[in-house]
Design a protein. Sequence first.
Length: 453
Amino acid sequence: MHQQDQRTEVLTQAILRYAVERIRMNPPTLDGPKSEQDLRAMVGQTITANGLGGLEALRIFTDVLAPACISVDHPRFFSFVPAAPTEAATLFDLVVGASSICGTSWLEAAGAVMAENDALRWLADLAGFPPEAGGVFVSGGTAGNLSALITARSVWREASGQNQTRGLILTADGAHASVQQAAFVMDADILAVPCSGTMTGADLEQAATSLPASDRDRIFAVVATSGTTNLGLIDDLSSIAEFCRESSIWLHVDGAYGAAALAAPSARGLFDGIEQADSFIVDPHKWLFAPLDCCALIYRAPEHARVAHRQHGDYLEVLYDGIWNPSDYAHHLSRRARGLPFWFSLATHGTAAYADAVEKTLALTQTAATLIDASPWCERILPPNLSIVIFKRKGWTEEDYARWSQELLETGEGFVMPTKYQGETVLRFCIVNPTTTEDDITLVLDTLAPEVQ
């Protein structure tokens, strides 16, 4: 399997051809899921005793498996939070895979870690964090939130001496599900603070004072959100930071989606207060044009994370000589140098290009809202928040939305999944792809016209 021979060379060229062709597809095909039964009928058994051969395995992927996956970089992929990696970032992802870098420690990956830290420094500067701030790239927002909260609990336990006490996290009732999942994994409690859209320091004060004194003493972290996934709402970070500072509580900001807008000068004011947080995350694979999977976790004082996360073992002690080891800042040891494609794209294009690209998607979101307002069969529900617009098709039922969404995907015209707002089924555009155009928005809106149905 590890020999370099003629068959390996032929397979190498075939894989590189496919990769380059896919990267250059403009736009890529949208594609879509198929049932396991249909897929199995087309490919049969893919894992066999003697193998299929590289070219046949590649054929199965390119002809059958890849078309059963939705292309999240399609310009009319408006569901969830899409991705739009630059060509430079995607190409360098191939380099990272080929380079066999273990991004665990400085000893093993000094060059890669330095480059990743440069990218993290840019993000920290956007948020107004101090020069000593730093962190690590993890797989996604769930891993980032969990690692930050583990650090927050470690700090609380050290300060309070409550090593056996079950901790309590405060967050808004609209926070991402990963915060609840982190509490579950940590065996901590979570209090969902009622709020009208966005959480404020006053909301936290009211929630905390309503608790018994014994429960107030268990609060070790507040999780604020800068850009909710469903609506794009940003909590009042300044007043929340003031509450946390006065209460000596760790403030973590989940900016997995929305904090990318820190790169846009027009949106920076929306995040006032994030500079006072103890930690925050942002996913470059969402709105900063990196390939999956890439979440930046940044701490104001990284030494707290090192205390919480550093793993110990006889064979690991050679790593701990005061240098920067990415394994010390999250709940992992072995790791891919997943921040390198993001770093390469930043180094290639420059930060000004990133600001321009985010500004472009923000402007297009406003255009989408205008087009929705002009549509006689649509009704916008909220003002645009970051790059998200929520609206509805007048007179439709939940079944109408589901049928339309399925047909839109099957025809390859777009991918727009219905969501819920205050219990009502509605539609949602999330625009993070700078190649998306006004024509793309118009095309999808036109399919909602009565005569199309």
